[in-house]
Design a protein around this ligand. Structure first.
Ligand code: PDD
Length: 289
């Protein structure tokens, strides 16, 4: 998480209809987000104060809310997002807005309680979004032991955090996950492979988050006439892979230098490949529009 400029609390946050100093923004211990991780989140980037792919992020949030039957009209967030950027005086800067919606406060039950008002939290924070194309990172590979609905951007991220913590503690940038040898995605990023100048990424479905940046990169491939396959890749195919890169809202497009599993090197390169670089440059142009 070295891309986050300052690991401090935001000064102000929006909680359930009002902007408060963060130290005064508190929720009930019976909030189902706290008790069960029963909530969803989104992270929407802004470049020079201007949101990037905002509607795509809000549509994914709407999809997730429908899937878990949380009744909240996402369009109500639109003015709050604009306020979030101006409240923290990031109008001309790069950053992101974090949105979290939990089912709300109710006596603890192992089913969805009725007539509960969702808890809404929004805040903006600065992110160093420039310079990602100069970085080249090492990643760890481990078994994907998350649940089978990774398409829902749920706040219950204990498996993601546990798997990524192993990478961070051992000096890696990210943990890449596999199910029975099939590479799915990163703990907090999507993954792409280049083989013989053609690009591969895991198809959408229940095993990956439908990454907004992933989709933007797929569209860029099409625009640049780079053949793109939404097909999974297995660990034992990594020896045939020419380039690997990660994508995500704050990750953007990050070249991968090495992939290590159980101490064995599965992939290693000296510098980012040509297709990675082309996509990075096209992405920079897109975010500057
Ligand atoms: N993470 N896969 C997972 C599991 C993720 O958590 C993320 C994003 C991605 C990339 O998706 P997108 O391009 O929409 O950011 C893929 C966010 C940023 C986070 O958890 O903070």
């Amino acid at each position: 998480m070295d891309y986050v400029m300052k690991k401090t609390f935001p000064e102000v946050v929006y909680l359930n209809g009002e902007w408060l100093r963060q130290e005064h923004a508190t929720i009930s211990v019976f909030d189902r987000g706290f008790i069960f991780g029963d909530g969803l989140y989104e992270v929407i980037p802004f470049y020079s104060g201007k949101f990037f792919l905002k509607d795509a992020h809000l549509n994914r949030l709407r999809y997730g809310l429908n899937q878990v039957h949380i009744d909240f009209d996402v369009s109500r967030l639109k003015p709050v997002l604009e306020e979030a950027v101006t409240k923290v005086k990031l109008g001309e800067q790069d950053g992101a807005v974090y949105i979290q919606i939990t089912r709300g406060v109710a006596p603890r039950t192992h089913y969805y309680p009725e007539n509960v008002t969702p808890t809404i939290l929004v805040y903006a924070f600065p992110v160093a979004l420039k310079g990602f194309d100069k970085r080249f990172v090492d990643v760890l590979i481990t078994e994907d032991y998350r649940w089978h609905r990774c398409d829902i951007k749920a706040t219950s991220l204990i498996a993601n955090v546990a798997m990524n913590d192993e990478a961070i503690k051992n000096g890696f940038h990210e943990t890449i996950l596999h199910r029975q040898g099939v590479i799915t995605e990163g703990s907090h990023s999507s993954i792409f492979f280049v083989v013989n100048n053609e690009v591969y990424t895991h198809p959408e479905g229940h095993y990956i988050l439908p990454g907004i940046t992933r989709k933007a990169v797929i569209d860029l491939c099409k625009k640049l006439d780079v053949v793109i396959h939404e097909d999974p890749l297995k660990i034992d195919q990594l020896s045939e892979v020419d380039e690997v890169f990660l994508t995500g809202t704050t990750t953007q497009i990050l070249g991968v230098k090495s992939m290590i599993m159980n101490g064995e090197v599965c992939f290693k390169k000296q510098e980012a490949g040509e297709i990675t670089k082309r996509l990075q440059h096209a992405f920079i142009a897109l975010t500057a529009q």
